[in-house]
Design a protein around this ligand. Structure first.
Ligand code: PGA
Length: 256
């Protein structure tokens, strides 16, 4: 794999501050210096846990990044309940997941919203992790590649190639999230390759080859090796298996 892998833990709505500090500390305790060169490691806790997790990693001087799970595109203003890029920046948050299927499904996040969030994050120099993925209905219909590639095009609309490079795309088939049902390595590779072709059509082969495409959806220590062995899968966005230090570390080790 020429691209440096990225392993990002999506904690979703789990862990109070106290629990987050314990988990961050357990991950940090197992940090090895070679991670810095061989694999980018990021945890994406709930907003309130960002600063505490960041503090643990800073105190331990380990290269583990923190990311948010959502952001608003406006700089500030009357958006009750929302968090801005500037607020995330101040915490030292280097990454942000956007367009997760749970946000699209439960909170009505649209492709247009994802695009606005991506632009705001890029402006603020926070790296977007842009999630795309099809439902089981779309897969059964046989239109997965069209559907996912349209999501990619919409997310990157109006974003220049030099800026797109800071983004990561995470392919997460909705039917594989939290279900224990993983996409086969071939299924995941097929879609991740199509995503890269789309990026190449938009930005040229050089940019597309430099960008990371992750797989997410029930990734675990038992299936990680064969997934990341695929040529177009550059790491994982991990939910359930990122909530325990032991399994998260095992996933990271698969990338070293
Ligand atoms: P999962 O979640 O690993 O628990 O399937 C992945 C995600 O939703 O990012």
């Amino acid at each position: 794999m020429a691209r440096k892998p990225l392993m990002a833990g999506n904690w979703k709505m789990n862990n109070t501050i106290g629990e987050a500090v314990v988990l961050a500390q357990n991950i940090s305790n197992q940090y090895e210096d070679r991670w810095a060169n061989e694999c980018d490691v990021v945890v994406c806790p709930p907003f309130v846990d960002l600063k505490p997790a960041k503090t643990v990693f800073e105190f331990d001087r380990v290269e583990i990044g923190v990311g948010a799970q959502n952001v608003h595109w406006a700089e500030s203003g009357a958006y009750t309940g929302e968090i801005s890029v500037g607020m995330l920046k101040e915490i030292g948050c280097g990454w942000c997941i956007i367009g997760h299927s749970e946000r699209r499904g439960y909170f009505g996040e649209t492709n247009e919203d994802v695009n606005k969030k991506a632009k705001a994050l890029i402006d603020g120099q926070i790296k977007p992790i842009i999630c795309v993925g099809e439902s089981l209905a779309v897969r059964d219909e046989g239109t997965t590649l069209d559907f996912v590639c349209a999501q990619v095009r919409a997310a990157f609309a109006g974003i220049d190639g030099s800026l797109a490079q800071s983004c990561v795309v995470a392919y997460e088939p909705i039917w594989a999230i939290g279900t224990g049902r993983t996409a086969t390595p071939e299924q995941a590779q097929e879609v991740c390759a199509a995503i890269r072709v789309t990026l190449s059509e938009m930005y040229g082969a050089e940019v597309a080859e430099a960008m990371r495409v992750l797989y997410g959806g029930s990734m675990n220590p038992g299936n990680v090796e064969e997934l990341i062995a695929q040529p177009d899968i550059d790491g994982g966005l991990i939910g359930g298996a990122a909530l325990k230090a032991e399994s998260f570390i095992q996933l990271i080790k698969a990338c070293l």
